[in-house]
Write a protein that binds this ligand. Structure first.
Ligand code: SF4
Ligand code: SF4
Length: 293
């Protein structure tokens, strides 16, 4: 169980638009797309395509180097001084190449000592960076946990990359789940506010979301965000039907018995800037621009 938030943690929660719906109309976030690679492969993910009309996680019009990310932050803060959060949300995983993430966060923290820093990750490798995240005063981390058991995880993850090896199946999913749960527990113990995302995939993991909420609450998470799957062409889950809004509502009501539920997520791109819902990046290239596969 997470300790009660400190005064400074409570103050931070009042100005993070994702963790606090009341802040969402007044405070914005900027996603800096500095993390192109991923250390796992989810059956719903396709980062090889970008379109200015496409708004979903994993999509970005560009990849920034750490120093370019700071320049982008400078520019966006000039235009949108109401932005209170700088985050890294892909388009890959923030800890597939932790050096890029650390360098970006370090540069931002030197320049903007009071800006909230926020990260999202699949949880495989974040534990190794927790000391650095504490040093850099990262306040918020989202860990995506899609399965409560390795058997279900094995249906969602094609592979994970671990210590130079590509693991598959139940063995890979068990390792990932163990790392995710350790990450939630250690992040919370370090007084970093943790949100858990779960992509809801009917027929695969919809009957596990409440167990995930229960476990995440026990380990110290603060918020749970059930995200309906977006079936993306070119992925193994391209033909899965997304859950209905009634199904998501019912799952949120069940999960709420254990962990507060987020209900205002906009499923943002990896280069979003502004208030939630304002997703198009400036100078976004034409439809069909292709990132590295
Ligand atoms: Fe894609 Fe994120 Fe899964 Fe990596 S963790 S494969 S970026 S959805
Ligand atoms: Fe916030 Fe959801 Fe957008 Fe992430 S995807 S920045 S949690 S609204």
């Amino acid at each position: 169980m997470r300790p009660l938030p400190s005064t400074s943690e409570r103050a931070a929660l009042t100005t993070h638009p994702c963790f606090n719906p009341r802040a969402a109309g007044r405070h914005g976030r900027l996603h800096l797309p500095v993390a192109p690679d991923c250390n796992i492969s989810c059956n719903y993910c396709n980062r090889a395509y970008d379109c200015v009309h496409e708004s979903r996680p994993g999509v970005s019009s560009t990849i920034l180097a750490p120093e370019e990310a700071v320049a982008r932050l400078d520019e966006v803060l000039r235009q949108m001084p109401w932005i209170t959060v700088a985050g890294i949300a892909g388009p890959g995983d923030a800890f597939a190449d932790p050096e890029r993430t650390h360098a970006t966060l370090d540069a931002i923290r030197r320049r903007y000592p009071s800006l909230h820093l926020c990260l999202s990750t699949n949880g495989l490798a974040v534990v190794d960076s927790i000391d650095e995240l504490v040093r850099l005063k990262v306040g918020f981390v989202t860990v995506t946990v899609n399965a409560a058991t390795p058997q279900v995880g094995a249906r969602i993850y094609r592979w994970i990359q671990w210590q130079g090896e590509r693991l598959r199946g139940v063995e890979a999913a068990a390792l990932l789940l163990d790392r995710q749960l350790t990450a939630i527990s250690r992040l919370a113990a370090a007084r970093i506010t943790v949100k858990v995302n779960t992509v809801v995939i009917p027929g695969i993991n919809a009957d596990q979301t409440t167990d995930i909420a229960k476990t995440a609450a026990r380990l110290g998470a603060t918020l749970h965000n059930l995200i309906p799957i977006i079936p993306v062409p070119g992925t193994p889950f391209a033909s899965v039907s997304p859950p209905s809004s009634e199904q998501i509502s019912a799952l949120r009501r069940a999960g709420e018995n254990h962990l507060p539920q987020m209900r205002h997520c906009m499923r943002c791109r990896a280069d979003s800037a502004g208030l939630l819902g304002g997703h198009l990046s400036k100078n976004a290239p034409r439809c069909g621009f292709t990132l590295a596969a």
